[in-house]
Write a protein of this length. Structure first.
Length: 550
């Protein structure tokens, strides 16, 4: 429950601080006095967006702070999952800076607006007049039935499984699209792969083939040069080999005279041996060099295949072609892998559908059992609120579709008078009837939900007299289970409160400010008498006010 609220520099409020008790609290005030401002400030700590127009003084920041006693509401898991300090007396603070920037804190830890909104769902239900329209929405109607049917755990599990189901279905769709693309490209990839495999590429092969091609393509030139070298080496009188032999023989004659000559002789002998070996190799190469047009053509063809493949795949080496070949092999093989994945996802979907259908059936059966309980309670309360012939009919059916709250669709049918046919609630109920039905719904939900606080913002619109008195009694009864606030213009309801606050405007110099005051017993009598008869309070109005309070 909310235990206190302080507001600084918000709209018409300069500074306000007020404490609240449990039970039933009343807030009254003239139209325009600032009741909506109070709700607006509270909305800030509940995560609603704000702007600079909220600031009374545009040069100072606005601060709204609310204290909540939360020991009875099992919120430890929420605080832990959001990495917040759990305090039995939790403080939520919202600041709006003159720059327009907004900051929010829970127990002095910074939070974002989404976290604030999520936390507010466990703290306060603010029921404004326009929210009566929620009664016409199927989601809200299911929330009512599910609270009575105690479907919360089953719905949570269903939503968890539904999230997995939708994720798997989305993945399956993606995989099927991948498979279709792969199948469309399969023949082309297979052709490219076959072409590369047929070329039997080997790393380093291109360089070897290019060298061999150059040699075969220039065989006459090479042979001519070899012959010339052999002649130079072997000519009888002036050949290099003959001259080296004579050179060695002459040097040998001096080798006995000094170690230096001996060393030179040995070196010349080594040269002769090496040169002789070179000549022998040249003769051997000369014998092996011969024209081979067929081999040359084969090498040329292989090189052309390599060059064409490189051009097609826009690369410059065989190693790059081999990488492309490996990738194509993977693509061709991946089709089988994708098909296996698709089969696995389809099996997962079947299992998830079995689980979802079981949960949806359980939720449906619980709802069917809850419908007579709900209609009986609604009729009982609405009979007290001046609707003695009211009837409800809830048609609920199973579908093949998965919704966030199961597989049901529902028609919430209503008849207010004897002899009239059932019609959709949103089409046949008047504004006053909708207000009373909503109060009945909230009263029923208070018995099943553990929500700490509810605020009714003029839910009594369109009713008066004895009906208003009954509405006040219902709200008072609700306050035995939870903290209830009622913003009202009706004295019959105002008199039912445990405590009574008045919102009023005062003029201070050039400024108009809104203030909130807790009324004592005498002030409360006067306020209720004024609600009965206006500013000119009569004795009968005072007596009537006292009677209402008693």
């Amino acid at each position: 429950m909310i235990t206190s609220l302080s507001i600084e520099n918000f709209a018409l409020i300069e500074k306000l601080s007020i404490n609240f008790s449990n039970g039933f609290s009343i807030i009254t005030g003239e139209t325009g006095a600032g009741k909506s401002i109070l709700l607006g400030a509270l909305g800030l700590v509940l995560g609603k967006r704000a702007d600079l127009t909220s600031l009374k003084n545009k040069e100072e920041k606005c601060i709204v702070e609310a204290n909540f006693a939360i020991s009875k509401y099992n919120l430890q898991d929420f605080f832990e999952s959001n990495d917040l300090d759990y305090e039995l007396e939790t403080i939520i603070r919202r600041e709006i800076l003159p720059s327009g920037k907004s900051r929010a804190f829970v127990n002095d830890s910074p939070v974002n607006l989404q976290q604030l909104q999520d936390l507010s769902l466990y703290l306060i239900d603010v029921h404004s007049q326009h929210q009566t329209l929620e009664l016409s929405e199927e989601n809200f109607q299911f929330q009512i039935i599910d609270a009575i049917a105690n479907n919360q755990d089953s719905l949570q599990e269903f939503q968890h499984e539904l999230k997995k189901y939708r994720t798997v279905k989305a993945t399956l769709t993606t995989k099927k699209s991948e498979l279709l693309d792969s199948l469309n490209e399969k023949d082309y990839h297979a052709f490219l792969l076959e072409e590369l495999e047929a070329s039997n590429l080997k790393s380093g092969e291109q360089e070897e083939l290019e060298k061999l091609y150059e040699a075969l393509n220039n065989v006459e030139f090479i042979k001519e040069n070899l012959a010339k070298l052999i002649v130079i080496a072997n000519e009888e009188q002036f050949g290099v080999l003959q001259n080296l032999k004579e050179f060695k023989s002459t040097l040998q004659k001096n080798s006995n005279f000094s170690s230096e000559f001996l060393s030179l002789f040995e070196r010349s002998n080594s040269i002769l041996i090496e040169f002789d070996d070179i000549v022998k190799e040249l003769n051997k190469e000369s014998e092996n060099v011969f024209s081979d047009p067929e081999k040359l053509e084969l090498i040329n063809q292989k090189l052309q295949v390599i060059y064409n493949l490189q051009k097609k795949h826009q690369v410059s080496s065989i190693d790059e072609l081999i990488v492309i070949q490996n990738n194509l092999e993977n693509k061709v093989v991946s089709i089988l892998a994708i098909e296996n994945e698709i089969l696995e996802f389809e099996n997962q979907i079947i299992d998830l559908e079995i689980t979802l259908n079981k949960l949806a059936t359980l939720i449906h059966e619980n709802r069917v059992k809850a419908i007579p309980v709900l209609t009986e309670k609604l009729i009982f309360i609405l009979n007290q609120l001046g609707m003695p012939n009211v009837r409800f009919k809830l048609d609920i059916s199973m579908t093949d579709s998965y919704y966030p709250n199961g597989k049901n669709t529902m028609q919430f049918l209503f008849s207010a008078n004897k002899g009239t046919d059932f019609g959709l609630l949103k089409k046949v109920a008047s504004g006053g009837e909708m207000s009373r039905i909503m109060l009945a719904v909230k009263s029923i939900l208070a018995q099943y939900s553990k929500l700490p606080t509810i605020i009714f913002d003029e839910i009594d619109t369109g009713v008066s007299g004895e009906i208003a008195n009954k509405m006040g009694e219902i709200m008072y009864e609700m306050s035995t289970e939870m903290q209830v606030f009622a913003i009202t213009h009706l004295p019959q309801i105002a008199a039912k409160g445990k405590q009574h606050f008045k919102v009023f405007k005062t003029v201070l110099g050039e400024n108009t400010v809104s203030e909130l005051k807790l009324l004592n017993n005498e002030e409360r009598i006067i306020e209720i008498a004024e609600m009965l008869s206006g500013k000119d309070i009569s004795d009968s109005a005072l007596n009537h006010a006292k009677a209402l309070l008693n």
